[in-house]
Design a binder for this molecule. Structure first.
Ligand SMILES: [Zn+2]
Ligand SMILES: [Zn+2]
Length: 346
């Protein structure tokens, strides 16, 4: 089979590798779609936390947002059969430790992350995945099914922020995750959603996908807009999806009294300390979020029912052999670059 390999920082290649075989508890999947994510770029640059700390090692096949068709199952697999359309989770915990037993296997101390560190991902023609972390994507297109992973991340972040009926919510950043968070916040009951970006095409997309008000932060002051939108009360929940420290700072300002601030973006360990007293004066809850534990089944359901629309977020598709072009576009970004998909089967 053909497989993408990150062999060292900035060294990405398409290699011919032996076909993988499923272990007793694994399924073998013919990959149909695999999305490129900011995390893949961090791994490729060698700046991802797991590689900076020595937890992960090269080579690795990237790809944690994927879908495919089951082509073989291990001897102990009972929930899937050949021909099933499936997707799978990124953060694979041990399912035995205290953290996993508390339902948070995406932050297990013995974590491996599919396509990120210590386990090969799905940017290859054939992928093996543990049955327990595999989910049925029946009824979804390959592209929709591959978006189940970021949808689960978005839903888990809304659950972390306890987004509920009637909440006024701000979503900072309208990349793929921000655009999904807008929709999962709506699904959780948010009554009003404001979204920010520096890109007008992305703001247009946010409006199309359910934001009530958008703010182009290149031209408009977010604090004034937030004041106006919430009538001076501030937001019940702010979800920071940019990974930009300035936005994290704004998040603490535009959250209202008793507000919740969810840090979804990654900041690569840059120091952050701006007037921490704001947490006291407003009794803010500030929380991180990681992965989408126990959020896949609900996310797949939201995608099936069209409550969350994923296909408008896919901006570009490439064959696996066009990986150089696809990754160059992902690195370069741009106002209309959202989710880039590789199609290993096509
Ligand atoms: Zn991702
Ligand atoms: Zn564990």
């Amino acid at each position: 089979m053909l497989a993408l390999r990150i062999r060292a920082p900035h060294d990405l290649a398409l290699e011919e590798l032996p076909d993988p075989h499923p272990g007793p508890d694994e399924v073998l999947v013919e990959v149909q779609a695999a999305g490129i994510c900011g995390t893949d770029l961090e791994v490729l640059r060698g700046v991802h936390e797991a590689y900076r700390t020595g937890r992960g090692s090269f080579p690795i096949t990237p790809g944690h947002e994927w879908s495919g068709i089951v082509r073989a199952v291990g001897s102990k697999v009972t929930r899937f059969a050949v021909g099933d359309v499936v997707t799978g989770e990124t953060g694979l915990g041990c399912l035995r430790c205290e953290v996993c037993l508390r339902g948070r296997h995406s932050i297990c101390p013995d974590l491996v992350e599919t396509g990120i560190f210590n386990r090969d991902g799905a940017m290859r023609q054939l992928h093996v995945h543990p049955e327990v972390f595999t989910h049925s994507a029946a009824g979804l297109s390959p592209m929709q099914a591959a978006m189940a992973e970021p949808t689960a991340v978005a839903l888990h972040s809304c659950r972390r922020g306890r987004v509920g009926v009637g909440d006024k919510v701000a979503v900072l950043g309208c990349g793929p995750i921000g655009l999904l968070v807008i929709q999962t916040a709506r699904a959780c009951g948010a009554s009003a959603v404001l979204a920010t970006s520096r890109s007008q095409p992305k703001l247009d997309k946010a409006l199309e996908l359910g934001a009530d008000r958008v703010v182009n932060v290149a031209a408009e002051d977010i604090r004034a807009a937030a004041d106006d939108f919430t009538r001076g009360k501030g937001f019940d929940v702010v979800l920071e999806c940019t990974g930009n420290l300035e936005a994290a700072d704004e998040a603490l300002d535009i959250a209202g009294r008793l507000g919740r601030v969810v840090i979804v973006g990654a900041y690569r360990s840059q120091p952050f300390c701006h007037d921490i007293d704001r947490l006291i004066g407003k009794e803010l809850d500030v929380m991180g979020t990681c992965g989408g534990p126990h959020a896949y089944a609900d996310s797949l359901d939201l995608l099936r029912r069209g409550v969350v629309k994923a296909e408008p977020i896919v901006s570009h598709c490439f064959a696996l052999t066009q990986y150089e072009q696809a990754f160059a576009l992902a690195e370069q970004g741009g106002p209309d670059v959202l989710k880039i998909m590789l199609l290993p089967a096509g």
